[in-house]
Design a protein around this ligand. Structure first.
Ligand code: GLN
Length: 489
């Protein structure tokens, strides 16, 4: 067995563990050493829980010795710091949550632990998941493992960079408007946003509750299928969680896409889409066609409204959700304050970063009396039109193919002075989020040494179909030149 155990996929490591070639302790040590070697360059983690991870690895090895098995037993994973972890600090990369230690696990975390996964640490992110570059972290930025002068994308930038730089075998992120798919595209890994309601939000710190979903970031489509199956399914603790059975997604991946109809919409290839990105995605669609899918032209006419609609609805929900950070219950407080008003004012002024404050102000404004109908209500109506575009399209196609991000990874600091330029990073991921649809980003080549992502979108609860097409594409994708990650230079 190679010394580079940290490079394995979940599937490869699972096979090696099952065959008795390696132990979870070996594998976890290898990942922890890798973190020691490269994390100072990527900044992917906010917290590494090395001792707990090794204890979990030993427990997993004991379970296996006792006859237990399973695709995640003994596999080292990373968790975005937006998910509550029992006894382990959870900050959402915000100073306002500094020192907060949840007394419970998010349902997805509990399910991964039950499956015997080893949790190596909490990954960096944009504060409260608001951002597209990870530069809004209240702690430190994350650098893209392919080029350290570039952003990894956001808001799950730490999870994406950790997977890309082999600092974990796979990770969980959260996606409200693109935060799993966009960083996956920019870092060259697979990122899946499930159907709204497919995965429990219990213990996921709320940003925009009608949009938030937890999803995996992985080195392969197969691994995304494994993580989705382990985390999905009804949870009585989340009222929006769907009581739907969870298929064995990985077992259904056979590379066959014969006869599937793939929709291509001009709205996803228009102005603002980098020519190199568009052509890589067109090549990927061509490869699917050569392997038996039928490519059909569709239109999604309300696509251009997704960005303004999202930036009314998400900040509105955020302004309500973030009202709970008042210095009383969680994290940062101000014991010197003379009264509760002063305490709230100081704590919120000091604890929230600029982008979070901007969203709270935007949302509070959009929800205020006199403006509610003009902004929030209208945005909800247009959201319905966006959803209807997809309903119509899915009458004639099985999946939709598009770029994930309009550009490859951009320069660190390149968009921080221009919030609208930053928001435009999500134009291609927001529509599926607003419609509650499952969508995946799978690597489809490089432009100037930086990864490009192919986005596939399916009707509600059709993750199996999404994974099938993504996996088929992954099998037939041309070998990419072995680009040496900057992280190892
Ligand atoms: N980048 C988008 C935003 O800033 C989406 C974030 C997300 O999906 N959490 O809101």
């Amino acid at each position: 067995m190679t010394d580079d155990l940290f490079r394995l996929t979940v599937a490869e490591a699972g096979d090696a563990l099952a065959a008795g070639d390696i132990s979870s302790v070996d594998l976890t040590r290898s990942v922890l050493d890798r973190i020691d070697a490269v994390d100072a360059r990527t900044g992917a983690y906010l917290l590494v829980t090395a001792d707990a991870a090794l204890a979990q690895a030993e427990a997993a090895d004991d379970r296996r010795a006792g006859g237990d098995a399973g695709p995640l037993l003994g596999i080292p994973l990373a968790i975005k710091d937006v998910l509550c972890t029992d006894g382990v600090a959870t900050t959402c990369a915000s100073r306002i949550l500094e020192g907060f230690v949840p007394p419970f696990d998010a349902t997805v975390v509990a399910r991964l632990k039950d499956a015997g996964a080893v949790l190596v640490g909490k990954t960096n992110m944009d504060e409260f998941a608001m951002g597209s570059s990870n530069e809004n972290s209240g702690y430190h930025p994350v650098r893209n493992p392919w080029d350290l002068s570039k952003v990894p994308g956001g808001s799950s930038g730490g999870s994406a960079a950790a997977v890309a730089a082999d600092e974990c075998l796979a990770a969980l992120g959260s996606d409200t408007g693109g935060s799993v798919r966009q960083p996956a595209a920019l870092c060259g890994c697979v990122g899946l946003k499930p159907t709204y309601g497919r995965v429990s939000r219990y213990g996921l710190v709320a940003f925009a509750s009608s949009l938030d979903q937890v999803g995996p970031l992985t080195k392969s489509v197969h691994d995304a299928a494994v993580l989705l199956a382990a985390t999905a399914g009804h949870d009585p603790r989340d009222a929006t969680s769907l009581p739907e059975p969870v298929p064995n997604f990985a077992a259904e991946l056979d590379g066959n896409v014969e006869g599937l109809r793939v929709g291509v919409a001009p709205e996803y290839f228009g102005e603002g889409i980098d020519a190199g990105v568009a052509s890589a995605v067109e090549d990927a669609i061509g490869a699917l066609e050569a392997n038996g899918t039928e490519i059909r032209a569709i239109t999604l006419p309300h696509t251009e409204y997704a960005l303004p609609v999202y930036y009314v609805i998400a900040p509105s929900e955020a302004s309500a959700n973030l009202a709970r950070y008042n210095g009383v219950k969680y994290g940062l407080s101000d014991p010197q304050a003379v009264d509760v008003d002063e305490m709230m004012a100081t704590v919120r002024a000091q604890g929230f970063g600029a982008e979070v404050k901007r969203r709270i102000m935007l949302g509070t404004f959009a929800l205020s009396s006199g403006y509610y109908d003009a902004y929030y209500l209208r945005a909800q109506k247009v959201r319905t039109l966006i959803k209807q575009d997809f309903d119509t399209a899915f009458e004639s196609v099985d999946v939709i193919a598009a770029p994930t991000s309009p550009t490859t990874a951009f320069d660190l600091g390149g968009r921080t002075a221009d919030p609208l330029a930053m928001y435009r990073a999500d134009v291609l991921t927001l529509p599926a989020s607003l419609a509650g649809l499952p969508a995946i980003s799978v690597p489809c080549g490089f432009v100037d040494g930086l990864p490009v992502g192919l986005q596939l979108i399916a009707p509600p609860l059709h993750e199996a179909r999404l994974l099938r097409v993504a996996d088929a594409y992954e099998r037939l994708r041309p070998e990419t030149p072995a680009l040496r990650q900057a992280v190892e230079a």
